[in-house]
Write a protein that binds this ligand. Structure first.
Ligand SMILES: Nc1nc2c(ncn2[C@@H]2O[C@H](COP(=O)(O)OP(=O)(O)OP(=O)(O)O)[C@@H](O)[C@H]2O)c(=O)[nH]1
Length: 398
């Protein structure tokens, strides 16, 4: 009986071993056969030498007859570091507005010629004065400034009696300059009074040119022999961060950035910390564009500033206004000013509008000076605002 059980058990074990050899072996041999086929397919599909050589493929023995693999020159490793971008040396900012005057003249000269013609007319009656006022208002000077200019000119013309072309030009020049206020402090505070970096925040509604201004301003500083750190606190738009990084790389200014959607306050804070560590002269913080009517976003901007203030004073809050938007720009300015206390205006796209009078209006309404003007899309088309050059471009043309 025991013998029978032993014989049956031996038979079953033998059967399992025998069956295992035939059933299991063929399956285990399949994957190695499939693997090379998949790799070949990938190389063929891509049409380029994207496939990295596997450990079993010797780099010295490229597969014969495969053009794609043959192109994968092992001498150039796929992980090669990209060449460091060339750092540019931008020109200094002094006299830049004079150099760019022709752009200003091209867009603003219609206003100047119109005013000079009217003022030179034989009879300066009420209708003519009204026309002068209308011309000023049409150029976005604003009703209050236009009225003030006309009243002052009327008085001076009466005192003067007869008028030559030169007299008229001189009178108008003086009056426009008075309204623009040549004595306002227009220096951008790029150097802190104490031993720390100056902090500049760049704010405004969407698409006015904030990122471009932050980048161009870094160029201005580097061109003037200073150092800058850029903070990419526009975390809503990944492209803005990349754009700022490109600007920074071009002039060797470090850019502090975080992932898209990160807290803008923390980016701004880190940028100030980085500038402090580096001993940089200035940190420029680019913020996301936001409609002044969106309360939540405006509150967020206020928070960004407060977070920065935990680390440092904010020396300058530059509001970027698109000169082509006229009255709407003014309303934006008022709301931004309430939330983050604007210290200077950057008027961009002044090359693309005949309504340069906005300079007068925005200063009058806000009591904040225009400090910088954008006169084109070129890297060095941001200029410190100079009232005399501005008025002369209006009156004399190119
Ligand atoms: N003609 C002209 N174009 C300008 C000037 N300044 C900026 N731009 C252009 O305005 C466009 C918008 O500029 P951005 O710097 O991207 O604007 P932004 O305010 O950062 O935009 P958001 O982040 O979307 O709010 C770009 O095409 C700039 O080249 C200027 O002074 N003149």
């Amino acid at each position: 009986m025991d013998y029978t059980i032993f014989a049956v058990a031996t038979f079953i074990v033998a059967l399992l071993v025998f069956g295992g050899v035939f059933l299991i072996r063929p399956r285990r041999s399949e994957p190695p056969q499939q693997q090379p086929r998949q790799e070949e397919q990938a190389t063929a599909d891509s049409g380029t030498a994207v496939a990295e050589p596997t450990e079993t493929e010797s780099a010295e023995e490229p597969a014969e007859g495969s053009g794609a693999v043959a192109e994968a020159e092992p001498a150039t490793p796929a992980t090669a570091e990209p060449a460091a971008p060339e750092v540019e040396t931008p020109p200094p900012s002094a006299g830049r507005m004079v150099r760019l005057r022709s752009r200003l003249a091209r867009s603003q000269n219609v206003l100047g010629r119109g005013l000079l013609n009217l003022l030179a007319s034989d009879k300066l009656d009420d209708d003519t004065w009204e026309e002068i006022e209308d011309t000023l208002v049409t150029a976005d000077v604003g009703v209050e400034s236009a009225t003030a200019i006309v009243e002052n000119l009327r008085t001076k013309v009466k005192v003067l009696g007869s008028r030559t072309q030169d007299d008229v030009r001189q009178l108008l020049r003086e009056e426009l300059l008075t309204q623009i206020d040549p004595n306002a402090d227009r220096a951008v505070r790029t150097r802190a009074e104490t031993d720390r970096p100056a902090v500049i925040m760049v704010v405004g509604v969407n698409g006015t040119g904030k990122t471009t201004t932050a980048g161009k301003l870094a160029r201005v500083l580097v061109g003037d022999g200073r150092s800058a750190v850029l903070g990419a606190a526009d975390t809503f738009r990944a492209a803005a961060v990349d754009q700022l990084e490109t600007w920074g790389n071009r002039v060797g200014a470090p850019v502090v950035r975080k992932d898209e959607g990160a807290d803008p306050g923390s980016v701004a804070f880190d940028a100030v910390a980085r500038a402090t560590e580096d001993g940089a002269d200035t940190v420029i913080i680019d913020t996301a564009g936001r409609l002044h009517t969106k309360t939540g976003l405006m509150d967020e901007l206020g928070k960004v500033k407060r977070v920065v203030e935990k680390k440092s004073d904010v020396d300058e809050v530059l509001l970027v206004l698109d000169a082509t938007t006229g009255q709407n720009g003014l309303r934006q300015a008022q709301v931004f000013s309430e939330v983050v206390n604007i210290t200077g205006i950057v008027l961009t796209k002044l090359d693309g509008t005949a309504k340069g009078g906005i300079v007068l209006q925005v200063q009058r309404e806000l009591g904040v000076p225009v400090k910088l003007v954008g006169l084109g899309e070129g890297a060095d088309d941001l200029a410190p605002f100079d009232p005399e050059t501005f008025v002369d471009a209006i009156l004399d043309g190119e």
